[in-house]
Design a protein around this ligand. Structure first.
Ligand SMILES: [Zn+2]
Length: 867
């Protein structure tokens, strides 16, 4: 086993050189790529050695100011090139390397995807292209010349503006790119290939015309309109909301099939996973269209939050990601339904980030050390990071927060900053007119360093005679690895009182920053206390413990004016029902009350409020339920969900058929209009199918060959747990229809792998051998293995066969894609929360991961699991 020294935040030192300019010459040849780099270096102190990073590079030449270097002055060891005896004045270091992108399966640096060459440099991929410090606080202006065969690589792209194109004879050509904005190496990008271009333009508020270009493979041109419109909406939104304009003459987006992540914000040359570019209503679901819109926006917003102001080091990752997620969440909320967006985001946070916080890989938004930074592209850095910024926004109010953002941008534009810089700038901007902050800024910063989900406990006392209502608040954050003791945090708590006819009085914002606090709410006269609506809009990312009567919960569900709190009340009851069913003790009182409330919602709300109604009807996620159960019994929870759907389908049968009738007339409405009706259809189908309704199987099967991908996929999902012949028929129809479109076929792979069949494990193994399965495409791999891990009865089979299979797959995937493998390991992270019998078989599977050849990425996670 190889021990890797961790990188520590406390060890940060600025790089001892400035690197204001880089000239890169990339010569693409048929069998290799020759990269010549001129680094303009300025020593910032005397006599320090120059240390550059390089991985899998063949060094062919090294010179200073054009003079080849004496071999005694430099040494190449591992991934380090150390040069000594350098001049004490500015100089140019030239390196000439050859690399082999054609056999690079790491999906980092320069590699091939479907005949094109493309890059991925975040976080540390640039060192696979040439020698460079490869750290985010070294910012340079770049000139990049790309030379290649004219026929094989007619399109040559890099960052910035194209300033020159050259025909070189003998079928060679070259393009020169210049990026005037200083940027670190992780934002470098290069694409070469035979791509089709779709062109549009956008005029900024100040009158600059920006050429917008999407580059896709031949045949994919018809599926680009949605991405292009999304880009224009993003540009406009950032101008209107943050007063931030785009800064170059062109903006390029390239769709790549072999891509490990969603998308990458390389300056002016975004590289996207094809599934997040190519879409229309026939080929993508409503959810996918919305996700594409938000990811296009996310990467675009990075132009300011990430590119113009970048991270000083990788410990600051949330500086760009938390802020940019916060920005893209607000973009989607502004364009669509703010309530539904908030509910979706909270459900996601609870099912992923809270789960991470409760396990062995829990870490703060700003970690203090890491071995592989790739392991820290987590939901904690992204989604919890966004929640911290949302809390600042809540505490300060929109106007003051925006002033803070303006201060942040003007103070740090063109530099690499820290999260402390950000928080301080927000506070300074917010208080620019002499206002006080209203909370303790130093205490707020604890949110960045303290891992774990705080538990907020609320107890109430109400004096019937005076109507005096008092809240007793307590907060406590459970211990996490290496953080046994926690301190109290600043919690913004939005609250209101809800009577039978709605909100009574104004909403209040409590700032709770002690371990314990008693807060007088004042006199609330009446025959009984009003219902307490607390943590409205989920004003702080905490778990709430509060005794609430069934009547009170139903009152919130019926009358709260905050849609989030209404949804939360429904979820509270659904959790109670499902956990009781999983324990084989169904709670008839809560069940009938919830059925009554849901029936009322189905009657009161109509298909015009489809998206709001659909989230109200949605059941809590598995991970969220597991967090409430001890020991966790995944099979019992799975069965509880299915039996409850069946009860809902029986009890609400006539209301659901009425609803379907309304929905059908909206099915053909294009996104986003018909989205609500289609979501409701999916819910109705899944409940009616579970209840054995006679008409639904045929209607669902029919939708699989219909014009809407949303309905087709909703039908396939609903049919997944249906034992009749329609399930297999639906999967066959879908496969036959889309077998030539890999982006869509991935959905079929995922559905096949997640269908709970008795011979499911064998079927999943067959999928990995399927002629249309591309093991080098991360999307396909994630579809099959991710689908299987979500297949509760198979993955959690008590004989351990599912765990063993996934462990073997992780070892295999790790050999070519450590980033994906290390993420998969996290599926075992909660092994301690299961019953002993299950713990033992899970441990056996984890044991299989202990192989000497494991990558350091994956090993780091395995070690955390065992700790
Ligand atoms: Zn991002």
């Amino acid at each position: 086993m190889v021990a890797v020294d961790p990188i520590r935040l406390a060890d940060y030192k600025p790089w001892p050189f400035a690197l204001p300019e880089i000239a890169l010459d990339v010569d693409l040849r048929s069998d290799q790529v020759v990269v010549t780099s001129d680094l303009s270096l300025e020593p910032l102190s005397t006599n320090v050695p120059l240390i550059l990073r390089g991985v899998e590079l063949t060094l062919d030449g090294l010179a200073v100011d054009g003079e080849p270097l004496d071999p005694s002055t430099w040494i190449q060891e591992g991934d380090r090139l150390t040069v000594t005896g350098l001049p004490d004045r500015p100089f140019v270091l030239t390196t000439r390397c050859s690399i082999d992108p054609f056999n690079n399966t790491s999906l980092e640096g320069l590699y091939t995807s479907g005949g094109m060459l493309t890059t991925q440099c975040e976080a540390e991929g640039f060192r696979r292209i040439t020698f460079h410090p490869d750290r985010p606080d070294v910012l340079s202006r770049w000139r990049v010349r790309i030379e290649a065969d004219r026929h094989r690589y007619p399109v040559l792209l890099s960052n910035g503006n194209a300033v020159q194109s050259l025909e070189l004879g003998s079928d060679r050509h070259a393009v020169l790119w210049e990026d005037p904005f200083p940027k670190p190496s992780y934002l470098f990008a290069l694409v070469a290939g035979d791509l089709r271009e779709i062109r549009d333009s956008f005029t900024t508020t100040s009158g600059r015309t920006v050429a917008l270009r999407l580059h896709v493979e031949a045949g994919d041109e018809p599926f680009t309109a949605h991405a292009m419109e999304s880009l224009k909406r993003s540009m406009q939104w950032d101008e209107c909301t943050y007063n931030l304009e785009y800064d170059l003459d062109e903006y390029n987006i390239v769709a790549v099939r072999h891509f490990n992540m969603g998308a990458m914000e390389n300056k002016s040359l975004n590289i996207f996973n094809s599934k997040l570019v190519l879409a229309d209503a026939e080929t993508a679901t409503d959810g996918e269209l919305e996700r594409i819109e938000s990811v296009i926006a996310h990467e675009y917003f990075h132009n300011w939050s990430g590119n113009r102001i970048t991270c000083r080091d990788w410990f600051q990752l949330s500086l760009k990601e938390g802020l940019t997620v916060f920005r893209d969440q607000n973009f989607t909320a502004d364009l669509h339904s703010a309530a539904v967006k908030r509910i979706d985001d909270v459900a996601m946070l609870r099912n992923t980030q809270f789960r991470e916080d409760a396990g062995p890989t829990a870490h703060p938004v700003k970690p203090s050390e890491y071995q592989a930074i790739d392991n820290f592209y987590t939901t904690t850095i992204y989604e919890k990071g966004a929640e911290l910024i949302r809390m600042l926004h809540t505490l300060l109010g929109s106007k003051r927060f925006m002033r803070g953002m303006a201060t942040y941008v003007s103070r740090f534009d063109g530099t690499a900053a820290t999260t402390e810089d950000f928080v301080q700038a927000i506070a300074d901007g917010a208080c620019a007119n002499g206002e006080t902050l209203g909370f303790d800024l130093e205490q707020f910063k604890r949110w960045y360093h303290q891992a774990g989900t705080p538990q907020l406990t609320v107890e109430r006392s109400w004096e019937a005679r005076s109507g005096r209502l008092t809240l007793h608040l307590r907060q406590q954050t459970p211990p996490t690895p290496e953080q046994p003791v926690k301190q109290p945090l600043v919690l913004p708590i939005a609250m209101a009182l809800i009577g039978s006819t709605g909100r009574q009085g104004e909403e209040r914002l409590l700032v709770f920053d002690q371990e314990e606090q008693v807060i007088e709410i004042g006199a609330v006269p009446g025959p009984q206390p009003p219902a307490l609506s607390i943590l409205r809009r989920f004003s702080a990312p905490v778990t709430l413990q509060m005794d609430m009567t069934l009547e009170e919960t139903l009152q919130l569900l019926a009358a709260d004016d905050d849609p989030f709190s209404r949804w939360e009340a429904g979820q509270r009851l659904s959790r109670q029902v499902l956990l009781a069913r999983a324990a084989a003790e169904p709670d008839a009182t809560v069940e009938s009350a919830l059925i009554h409330a849901l029936r009322q919602s189905l009657v009161d709300m109509d298909v015009q409020q489809g998206s709001e109604l659909a989230v109200l009807l949605s059941l809590p996620g598995m991970a969220e339920l597991e967090a409430c159960q001890e020991p966790v019994d995944p099979l019992a929870l799975f069965d509880a969900m299915q039996s409850w759907r069946s009860v809902l389908g029986c009890e609400l049968k006539s209301e659901l058929h009425d609803l379907l009738e309304q929905c059908r007339s909206q099915w053909s409405q294009p996104w986003p209009k018909g989205q609500g009706a289609r979501s409701l259809t999916g819910v109705a189908w899944s409940w009616l199918l579970a209840a054995g309704d006679a008409q639904t199987p045929a209607e669902a099967l029919n939708a699989v060959s219909g014009p809407s991908m949303t309905l087709a996929r909703a039908a396939l999902r609903a049919l997944q747990r249906h034992a009749g012949p329609e399930r297999e028929e639906a999967l066959r129809v879908f496969y036959d229809r889309w077998k030539d479109k890999p982006v869509i076929l991935d959905a079929w792979f995922g559905l096949e792998a997640s269908t709970p069949r008795s011979d499911g494990l064998k079927r999943v193994k067959d999928l990995l051998e399927h002629p249309r399965f591309d093991p080098l495409a991360p999307n396909a791999l994630r579809a099959v293995l991710g689908g299987f891990m979500a297949n509760v009865p198979l993955f959690h089979a008590i004989d351990g066969s599912g765990y063993t299979f996934i462990a073997e797959q992780i070892v295999d995937v790790d050999q070519r894609n450590p980033v994906t493998a290390s993420r998969m390991v996290k599926v075992f992270s909660r092994w301690r929360s299961y019953a002993l019998e299950r713990q033992l078989v899970m441990q056996e599977a984890i044991q299989l991961l202990d192989v000497p050849a494991l990558s350091s990425n994956t090993r780091e996670v395995v070690v955390m699991l065992k700790a």
